[in-house]
Design a protein around this ligand. Sequence first.
Ligand SMILES: NC(=O)c1ccc[n+]([C@@H]2O[C@H](COP(=O)([O-])OP(=O)(O)OC[C@H]3O[C@@H](n4cnc5c(N)ncnc54)[C@H](OP(=O)(O)O)[C@@H]3O)[C@@H](O)[C@H]2O)c1
Length: 304
Amino acid sequence: MKYVQVGSQPLPAIAVGCMGLNKLSAKECDAFLSAAADAGLYYFDHADIYGGGECEQVFGEAATRLLLPREKLVLQSKCGIVPGVMFDFSKQHILKAVEGSLRRLRTDYLDILLLHRPDALAEPEEVAAAFDELEQSGKVRAFGVSNMHPYQIEVLKQCVKQPLVADQLQFSPAHAGMLSCGFEVNMLTDAGICRDGYIFDYCRLHGMALQAWSPFRYGFFEGVFLGDKKFQKLNDVLENIGQTYGVDPSAVVAAWILRHPAKTQVVTGTVNIRHLLAIAAGADVTLTREEWYKIYLAAGHTLP
Ligand SMILES: NC(=O)c1ccc[n+]([C@@H]2O[C@H](COP(=O)([O-])OP(=O)(O)OC[C@H]3O[C@@H](n4cnc5c(N)ncnc54)[C@H](OP(=O)(O)O)[C@@H]3O)[C@@H](O)[C@H]2O)c1
């Protein structure tokens, strides 16, 4: 397993996303979490809104049943979205959201709290006050963001004094605009348009981990590209490279994300044990430069 330095701690490069955990029965959930923990996948990504809170709830119940030692788990959650209504980075909302996550996860503290999606009405002073209170009370040990561009992070950093250790963003071979704009600098192409404020470079400059959510999807939850005929060329290349290393195509995707020299991590979404373990094998594969570019091109991108 590859480890990535996230703030002060080295964490597994593969984080287990828990957005779909509420699809499992209690028995299936127990089996999934024990298999993950046995494989060294002890870093779990949550959000207060996943399944309306149900995902954190079923995780907390399963971790209690399984007697998973808290100190051996890394629990990350997110807050700041009121689904379909608004984004809310007010102090009151952040504190209340964390209380809810702690209660559902049955824990006294979160290892990492991320602000889920930028709130246009955010007051950095309020975010800072919330973070200070959460840090002082020991309820949150480290802080980060999600779906933010560099200037939004800089605005927060004017008041927030804790290091922001990670930015979680959508990233996959089929959703790689964050890299394409870096290839097509100063070109009049669509791919040359920067939609993220050059966040990859920003994260590298500031030592932030870049956590890739939806590593196997394309579009905004349009579908999974693995095995999809629309992505035949990509799937053929993934299959081919997978055979070279004796791993599943999904592992090659993980290896592709982790091959970037930024501090990249993969946040999986599967709730299938076989799929999870297959993906995790990608953390032990280092792709060559040629293989990495072949995958980028096979996903339909071009190079100038
Ligand atoms: N920060 C944010 O705004 C944000 C947004 C969305 C998600 N997230 C986080 O990112 C995590 C991942 O998101 P996601 O679920 O969209 O990501 P994903 O891992 O790209 O997609 C999951 C889908 O891929 C399928 N899959 C995985 N391996 C497969 C394989 N080998 N063959 C066929 N299908 C396979 C899964 O099906 P099976 O279950 O059948 O394997 C599942 O339907 C979430 O759990 C959440 O923690 C964060």
